[in-house]
Design a protein around this ligand. Structure first.
Ligand SMILES: Nc1ncnc2c1ncn2[C@@H]1O[C@H](COP(=O)(O)OP(=O)(O)OP(=O)(O)O)[C@@H](O)[C@H]1O
Ligand SMILES: [Mg+2]
Length: 266
């Protein structure tokens, strides 16, 4: 009898959990659809103007076409990020098993972003300790993780300053209240940019899907608000951790901790 009751309790608990997940999924679909609808309606509005009042106005046409281009670029990166998130979710319970050289990946990310950095007169520097070991990880995902964080540093850092990617060995991974981190040694990747201090309120919300700081929206800096939530999912899968510190003097540093091994030492 008491056994039966226990089973009932578990199933109600599971139902609550799955209802929560369903709610989160439908919120996500609603947000994603809303984010796609906005540029779509802007484009559609300009098409109408080009077909009617601006039909013979070459100057207006150029201006409207460049806005339409901006909006389609935004839609393309939104779709790319949504697809990334869903691919990452599919792999979430799979243990990473590739041998990965973090320094090599940081160099690839710095190369890929060098043009964008040069446009803002930013230099990307890589600092690394000698003998940082390779880690067991998912290479493609670690590349995406470092690229997303470095892209942010280049985009939100002060122009004409340096972005630094510092790679070192760490004896452990800082504990997390929300998820289980691996024990044992780790590699730490600290990505720093100069800039205004981020408020504590904003800091706690940065990895939420679609969250973007108002001041960056006001400055018309483009983004989907998904880069850091992708980074967070990748770090969770690797049982690592992410810390962020921000001061007006040192700027902002995102530090990723990734375990060297995926096997727990007891
Ligand atoms: N290094 C940073 N310095 C200051 N603010 C940052 C930094 N990184 C992220 N942010 C803030 O966090 C928000 C969320 O970042 P996230 O990478 O998730 O999205 P995004 O950069 O806006 O879009 P996307 O990654 O698609 O280009 C940013 O919009 C910005 O306001
Ligand atoms: Mg980003």
């Amino acid at each position: 009898m008491s056994k039966g009751r226990a089973v009932a309790v578990i199933s109600i608990y599971d139902m609550t959990k799955s209802m929560k997940i369903e709610q989160m999924q439908s919120d996500f679909v609603a947000n994603a659809s809303h984010e796609l609808r906005t540029p779509l309606s802007i484009i559609s509005g300009f098409i109408e103007t080009l077909q009617t009042s601006a039909k013979n106005d070459a100057k207006a046409r150029d201006k409207f076409l460049s806005i339409m281009r901006e909006q389609t670029d935004y839609m393309a990166s939104l779709i790319e990020n949504l697809l990334s998130l869903s691919k990452i979710e599919l792999k979430q319970d799979e243990k990473p098993d590739e041998i990965v050289d973090v320094l090599e990946i940081a160099e690839e990310a710095a190369d890929a972003l060098s043009q964008k950095a040069a446009e803002r007169k930013i230099k990307i520097r890589i600092d690394f300790e000698d003998n940082v070991p390779e880690i067991i990880a998912d290479r493609g995902q670690i590349k995406q993780l470092i690229q997303n964080l470095t892209d942010n540093a280049v985009k939100y850092g002060v122009s004409q300053s340096d972005v630094t990617i510092a790679i070192s060995k760490s004896t452990n991974i800082p504990n997390s209240k929300s998820h289980k981190t691996a024990n044992g040694e780790a590699v730490a990747i600290a990505i720093n940019n100069k800039g205004a201090k981020i408020s504590t309120d904003n800091l706690t919300r940065l990895t939420e899907r679609f969250y973007r700081m108002q001041e960056h929206k006001n400055l018309n800096i483009k983004g989907t608000g998904l880069g850091l939530s992708i980074a967070k999912q990748i770090i969770l899968r690797h049982r690592g951790n992410l810390t962020v510190t921000s001061t007006s003097y040192n700027g902002t540093t995102f530090t990723v901790y990734l375990p060297i091994s995926q096997e727990d030492k007891s």
